[in-house]
Design a protein around this ligand. Structure first.
Ligand code: CMC
Length: 426
């Protein structure tokens, strides 16, 4: 419902242009600028810093207050009382499941964890040294070649089956991409284990010996997935929506999301954080790196700090920090030198004028890499784990868009190239 409107006057333009303003249930109002086109103007907002591209009911972030809500529930409460699969259900269906719905859902997901045997052959085409994100872009996109039975995006039931398949198969593909890199046999999923426990089994189990499940590590894995599950219209989710707006099949859209996530400014940051901590190497070098981060003429950035939306402590980083200590206790590695550097770096950055003034707080990626490393994951798997955790977010945004009226996403531009000129005839 339109409650207010904005009135725009433009130099040299005879009319005042009235633009409706809409309010959501939380957060800033938005000005509907669609009407500007008929007056001969586009809006200009590189990086979408002030642009709401859609309506959504899934996730709300108040970056100034450090609040993250999924379907209204605060992330801290979900991390404490819920689990990853329940959150997947919540993101997709809008409400928490009853006990019976939850059991059914877990059962459905567990029974979709295997991938088609034919898909195994795709892996042979990748070099052992291939980055697992490169493999994920390929094999997730390739799923669309296997499930022709459920690719009608207008059919609600087809969409549901696809969402279940994606959530169920992502850990299997992620673990396969790792096993391929180390030349070990793929481990078939085990449906007697939990979602996170099964992922750890497929990653670290081997056919030669019994796998011993650690409840603490399984809980930490579940929490890592949960904390990454959704983050409203971030770059990869917006990519999924944009790809989906063309009517592309959902596997192709998620493959597009995985590609967008890979960059170091987004999901690739967890890998970059660990590489950077390793490069810093010792607490005595921290000052040098802080100085570089503050130098305007140096492109160097402190990875794991700052966020487009959070101008306060990322609430996910707090939970991640607690999980970090639980994992270190379980593994008995409190003295990890990288954790010490990370703690010191965090302390300095929270007190340093540059970071305080620019509101550069630790983000979710700051601690996740340290935990994952302690759990035995190689650094290049970190972003794959982010992608696995983010799948319900991507897919629920895709489903939300496809379920309602939507238009193909087609931004405009400010053209600054050559004006029309004639091809030179020689
Ligand atoms: N280290 C040093 N300076 C920084 C940093 C940093 N990590 N982040 C931002 N700044 C400075 C930046 O130089 C700029 O300074 P100035 O105003 O003097 O030019 C100011 O802070 C604002 O930065 P920005 O690039 O305009 O902010 P943004 O909202 O476009 O970028 C960001 C957000 C996350 C890309 C950026 O903070 C960054 O590159 N951080 C490091 C990478 C990182 O940790 N990414 C993970 C994000 S959380 C996971 C996810 O959601 O994907």
């Amino acid at each position: 419902m339109v409650q207010k409107s904005a009135h725009v006057t433009i130099d040299g333009h005879p009319d005042t242009i009235d633009l409706p303003i809409y309010s959501g249930t939380e957060g800033q109002d938005v000005i509907d600028v669609g009407g500007l086109t008929k007056h001969g103007f586009f809006t200009y907002d590189p990086g979408f810093v002030s642009t709401a591209a859609c309506d959504s009911t899934i996730t709300y972030i108040d970056g100034d207050k450090g609040i993250l809500l999924h379907r209204g529930y605060p992330i801290e409460q979900l991390a404490e009382h819920s689990d990853y699969l329940e959150l997947c259900y919540l993101l997709i269906h809008g409400e928490l499941p009853s006990a019976e719905q939850k059991n059914d859902y877990v059962d459905i997901i567990k029974h979709h964890t295997m991938v088609h045997e034919q898909l195994r052959y795709f892996f042979n085409g990748f070099r052992r040294a291939a980055h697992p994100m490169a493999i994920m872009c390929g094999v997730v996109g390739a799923l669309s070649a296997f499930y022709h039975d459920s690719l009608d995006i207008e059919d609600e039931n087809h969409r549901l089956i696809t969402m279940n398949r994606l959530i169920a198969k992502m850990p299997t593909l992620a673990a396969m991409s790792y096993k391929h890199s180390i030349g070990q046999p793929f481990m078939y999923p085990r449906n007697d284990l939990s979602y996170a426990g099964n992922f750890l089994y497929m990653m670290f189990g081997s056919p030669c010996e019994d796998y011993i499940d650690s409840p603490v590590l399984t809980r930490a894995m579940d929490k890592i997935f949960l904390l990454h599950a959704d983050h409203e219209q971030n770059a990869s989710t917006s990519t999924v929506r944009l790809a989906g707006s063309t009517g592309a099949n959902p596997y192709a859209c998620i493959a597009a999301g995985i590609s967008a996530l890979w960059g170091p400014a987004h999901g690739g940051a967890n890998e970059a954080v660990l590489n950077q901590l390793t490069e810093i190497g010792s607490e005595k070098n921290i000052d040098k790196y802080i100085k570089r981060a503050k130098d305007k003429n140096d492109p160097f950035r402190l990875m794991g700090f700052g966020h487009r939306v959070y101008k306060n402590y990322d609430p996910r980083a707090k939970v991640m920090q607690e999980t970090c200590y639980e994992v270190f206790d379980e593994l008995g590695v409190e003295a990890d030198p990288l954790l010490k550097i990370a703690q010191r770096l965090e302390q300095i950055a929270l007190e340093d004028e540059y970071f305080v003034e620019k509101k550069l707080y630790p983000n979710v990626d700051f601690y996740s890499g340290i935990i994952l490393k302690a759990m035995g994951f190689p650094v290049d798997m970190f972003t794959v784990i982010f992608a696995t955790g983010r799948t319900p977010g991507w897919i629920s945004h895709w489903n939300e868009m496809i379920s309602g009226p939507y238009k193909i996403g087609r931004p405009r531009q400010l053209y600054k190239g050559p004006v029309k000129r004639d091809y030179p005839t020689r």
